[in-house]
Write a protein that binds this ligand. Structure first.
Ligand SMILES: [Fe+2]
Length: 179
């Protein structure tokens, strides 16, 4: 087990809310990650994946200014749905930004810019695609611990715990909530 990882079961009601989010996402423009030069796409290797799409909702820091993301301006309804979902799923969890991943498989990485905890949740009709969190062993090697974020969300400090996501089949959506 890895300490400092919190798991929250996804209730039936919340699964329905995630289906509504998925339906809304399918109506939105979420740009491809393939060939993207965006820092996060390169870091997680999604820029080599043909079907991968990613965007960010809420506020982002550009230089020293915090501003609304382009996706937030384009699709403000998404944040309203995300807030409604989180009020039910993890009301105490504070976030300003939500990263949307569609059909991505992320290489192991840290999120150094995120302050504090990130909460990850998966949905869609997929199998595989588990999230791995790595823990350093006494001999210095990194051992992965596997989580199915479509059954329980996980929250952890992504700046301290290295993480990745695995191969999947089907259509996989995930959201990352953070400050
Ligand atoms: Fe990450």
């Amino acid at each position: 087990m890895i300490t400092n990882v919190k798991q929250r079961p996804i209730t039936k009601k919340q699964k329905q809310m995630l289906e509504d989010i998925q339906a809304e996402l399918d109506l939105c423009y979420i740009p491809t990650s393939f060939g993207a030069v965006r820092h996060h796409c390169v870091k997680t290797n999604t820029h080599t994946q043909k079907g991968a799409r990613q965007d960010v909702v809420g506020t982002v820091v550009i230089g020293s200014t915090r501003t609304q993301s382009a996706c937030q301006k384009r699709h403000p309804q998404l944040m309203r749905l995300f807030k409604k979902f989180m009020k039910d799923h993890a009301p105490e969890f504070k976030f300003r930004t939500v990263y949307i991943n569609i059909d991505t498989m992320c290489d192991a990485h840290f999120d150094h810019k995120n302050s504090g905890e990130s909460l990850l949740i998966g949905f869609g009709d997929y199998s595989g695609g588990e999230t791995w969190l790595f823990k350093m062993q006494a001999d210095g090697s990194m051992k992965p611990y596997q989580y199915d974020i479509s059954k329980k969300s996980i929250s952890f400090d992504g700046s301290k715990i290295m993480h990745s996501s695995q191969k999947f089949t089907g259509k996989r959506y995930s959201l990352v909530f953070f400050q």
